[in-house]
Design a protein around this ligand. Structure first.
Ligand SMILES: Nc1nc2c(c(=O)[nH]1)N[C@H]1C(S)=C(S)[C@@H](COP(=O)(O)OP(=O)(O)OC[C@H]3O[C@@H](n4cnc5c(N)ncnc54)[C@H](O)[C@@H]3O)O[C@H]1N2
Ligand code: MOO
Ligand SMILES: [Mg+2]
Length: 412
């Protein structure tokens, strides 16, 4: 269907998508299953860490007053009245002239105000009693990790919407989250359209190619932490495509289609949106690849019409679907991280559209360099396997020479 399309800028398109954000529901999962999930609540310390004063070394808990005047020529002998390992609380209080043998992690006993490392001491026995010989003074507080040294009760440690990674998980365990409140994974449906598409296991035939986009999208969806639902391939048949898209919309939270979104005779997505009565947010963006990326809204659900061209499909997901999913998870910053780097190759052919070139970064003498990871064509698939960034080349500014400082988006 050939209709005039109004081109909009990438930022404007993204804003339109994000006007349709919604926050997912909360569910509880066991801490073991919480990896990669997004926290539905902020994490606040409900107790001090550590929760008690403890020894950071193996040694002897002492009264520093007993060591005030000691030296190698004038050592002090303190009676060892108890020994404790981590997890054991001393039953006795240290009085003048006494010490308790203590191991790393154990709660410092009452009366002790320092710990002397084992290596600086000598233990002796006399008259069925044990003594520790100390020949240098300690200051009060030496080798004691005080309650709250790591963090204090009431401190906000993690914002809600943060993804559970090993560090976050350590905190969840520290604060007793056997069950973790996380945002439910949205179900993201995927339909690949195109009569030319074969399944992965099928042999190549004249004019046909294997559907790579669906599998790439499944990975992209999983990488963000959502739940892909692959509906497979659809031949270019309007009625069948319409039926399939309508049915899929009933069971998913968001639907991605790839292909059939341009102006060709068999590009049926525009007509499908029309027959559905969907509200098309935009259908042309001043970007390359992915200029045909279309997003429509129907009954509160978004339909992302990504290009069939693999590189365009990939970029369309990263720039539009990913941020929408991140906001669904409550993420404070849903966008790919943007940093600056130095171009390590020329891009001499100007383009009126902003380009998102699949690239690769490297370090050289402390400088972050970036270069294209392959041929910069929307239809290319091989370049995707070697890209860790998208190089942003704003449109209409002529050539970009090697050495220019530009912005890049980190894919990982
Ligand atoms: N006259 C015009 N032609 C085209 C325009 C235009 O503005 N005017 N735009 C071009 C641009 S830019 C793009 S991008 C593509 C977009 O095409 P569609 O989104 O309609 O996708 P298809 O036509 O279905 O397929 C395009 C290309 O991608 C291959 N493909 C499709 N699906 C898959 C898949 N699942 N896995 C791997 N490869 C896939 C397909 O075989 C085609 O080669 O339109 C330009 N044309
Ligand atoms: O939409 Mo196309 O990807 O600009 O080549
Ligand atoms: Mg097409």
């Amino acid at each position: 269907m050939l209709t005039v399309r109004k081109v909009i800028e990438v930022d404007k398109a993204l804003n339109k998508v994000l006007e349709h954000t919604k926050l997912g529901d909360v569910e509880y999962v066991s801490i073991e299953e919480s990896d990669g999930r997004y926290l539905a609540i902020p994490l606040q310390a409900d107790h001090d860490v550590p929760p008690f004063d403890r020894s950071p070394v193996d040694g002897f808990a002492i009264h520093t007053a007993d060591t005030r005047d000691v030296s190698p020529d004038n050592p002090v002998e303190l009676e060892v009245i108890e020994e404790i390992g981590a997890g054991i609380v001393a039953t006795r209080e240290i009085k003048a002239g006494q010490a308790i043998r203590i191991m790393t992690g154990a709660k410092t006993p009452k009366g002790a105000d320092a710990v002397v490392m084992l290596e600086l001491t000598k233990e002796i026995s006399r008259d069925n009693k044990r003594y520790v010989v100390i020949n240098q003074p300690s200051k009060s507080g030496d080798n004691i990790t005080f309650k709250g040294d790591d963090t204090q009760r009431g401190t906000l440690l993690i914002e809600k919407g943060r993804r559970v990674d090993p560090g976050v998980k350590a905190l969840l365990a520290t604060f007793g989250y056997a069950k973790v409140p996380v945002i439910k994974k949205p179900v993201v449906g995927i339909y690949a359209t195109g009569t030319e598409l074969l399944e992965v296991h099928e042999q190549l035939q004249p004019g046909k190619i294997r559907n790579s986009n669906s599998h790439m999208l499944i990975s992209q969806i999983k990488k963000v932490g959502a739940e892909p639902k692959n509906f497979g391939n659809l031949e270019d048949d309007f009625e069948r495509c319409f039926e399939a898209v309508s049915k899929a919309l009933e069971i998913v939270d968001v639907l991605i289609t790839t292909g059939g979104v341009s102006v060709g005779d068999y590009d049926f997505l525009p007509e499908i949106y029309e027959k559905l009565g969907a509200n098309v947010l935009f259908n042309k963006i001043s970007m390359r690849p992915g200029s045909v990326t279309t997003v429509a809204e129907f009954n509160g659900k978004l339909l992302f019409g990504l290009s069939g061209n693999p590189s365009a499909c990939f970029v369309g997901f990263e720039l539009f679907v990913r941020p929408w999913l991140k906001t669904y998870f409550g993420s404070a910053n849903p966008h790919l991280q943007k940093i600056k780097a130095i171009l390590d190759s020329d891009f001499l052919v100007p383009n009126s559209f902003t380009r998102f070139v699949r690239g690769r970064v490297s370090f050289e003498n402390g400088r972050l360099l970036v270069s294209s990871s392959g041929v910069d064509k929307s239809s290319n698939v091989t370049v995707l396997a070697n890209s860790d960034v998208l190089i942003i080349l704003p449109g209409g500014e002529g050539a970009y020479k090697k050495g220019t400082i530009i912005e890049i988006l980190l894919l990982d």
